[in-house]
Write a protein that binds this ligand. Structure first.
Ligand SMILES: Nc1ncnc2c1ncn2[C@@H]1O[C@H](COP(=O)(O)OP(=O)(O)OP(=O)(O)O)[C@@H](O)[C@H]1O
Length: 284
């Protein structure tokens, strides 16, 4: 590890797509197939150790936001970041993606070298470009570009919608397009910030299944910020629990469930366990 400075070279930020939702307490979930089980996870990973990070308030005073945020994302696994509102989750993502270099601490230099993609709450598609052109934006100009775009759209169920404009898509379709754009670049690391917020539960669940299915076919390391502990349990290998601001890591919890056994009952059971142990962080 070394201290990342503003001189750190990042690969282009190929994808900015934001999608999201909430996994209702009452929803009946069947396990989603896809994604490696935790036991298959490799040991090596990307290390993050943000010692301090402050923002300035309106009067110019420093407000501590992060204070001891250390965790490792094992290569090829799915990490969920959960913490109270305003504790600094998005700030953490901005540091990891290289958008914010004004912090004290260390971030694994391999993260700076990795090909990354990011999906935001808002799909962030360029409205004047077609869906296909939005996906193409992230790709290098190579002979197979059109075929890669077509395959990426087909993979997310938008095979016939490439010539539409973003305004002609539903929110769920726009988030699929954003996913297509993220996966098309075959990133090493995918960052997701509350990717399923504002969708109805059925659409959100379909997108979660799509995410796991795409991930199963495209191995990569995923870090997802979410407020939704059930969603985290359903999708992640490990959950990083953050304190109130200034955030520090309270615990890193492995999800002790095979993916094909993560039905509503198992998810609720583990969520209740976490809530009992960390009542200020995991509210049900
Ligand atoms: N550019 C900024 N300037 C000043 N303060 C900021 C800035 N960005 C964020 N903050 C403050 O830093 C704190 C952490 O913000 P951040 O968005 O990282 O939290 P979060 O955990 O993602 O929040 P939420 O769960 O509500 O999405 C908040 O108090 C926020 O108001």
């Amino acid at each position: 590890m070394c201290v990342r400075s503003s001189a750190t070279r990042w690969r282009s930020w190929p994808s900015c797509s934001w999608w999201s939702s909430s996994l209702s307490n009452r929803s009946r979930l069947a396990p989603i197939a896809g994604g490696p089980d935790p036991s298959e996870a490799p040991v090596d990973g990307y290390s993050v150790d943000i010692r301090t990070k402050a923002h300035r308030d309106a009067d110019g005073r420093a407000v501590a936001v992060l204070d001891g945020l250390a965790f490792t994302m094992p290569h090829g696994t799915f990490t969920a970041l959960i913490g109270p509102s305003g504790c600094g989750k998005t700030t953490t993502l901005r540091i990891l993606t290289g958008l914010d270099t004004d912090f004290a601490g260390t971030v694994d230099p391999a993260l700076g070298e990795a090909r990354i993609a990011v999906a935001f709450q808002e799909p962030r598609l360029l409205p004047w470009r077609t869906v296909a052109d939005n996906v193409a934006l992230a790709l290098p100009d190579e002979a197979d570009k059109a075929a890669r775009v077509a395959a990426a759209l087909e993979d997310v169920g938008l095979g016939g919608l490439g010539e539409r404009f973003p305004a002609e898509l539903s929110l769920g379709q726009a988030r699929r397009a954003a996913l297509a754009r993220a996966f098309a670049v075959k990133p090493d690391v995918l960052y997701l910030d509350e990717p399923f917020v504002s969708l109805d539960e059925t659409s959100a669940q379909n997108l979660r299944a799509l995410l796991l299915s795409l991930w199963a076919r495209n191995p990569m390391t995923i870090l997802m910020v979410t407020h939704n502990v059930r969603e985290a349990i359903q999708l992640a290998d490990q959950i990083v629990l953050l304190s109130e601001r200034p955030a520090h890591v309270v615990d890193v919890v492995s999800v002790p469930l095979a993916r094909n056994s993560r039905d509503s009952e198992a998810i609720s059971g583990f969520a209740a366990t976490l809530s009992r142990k960390y009542p200020t962080i995991v509210a049900l």
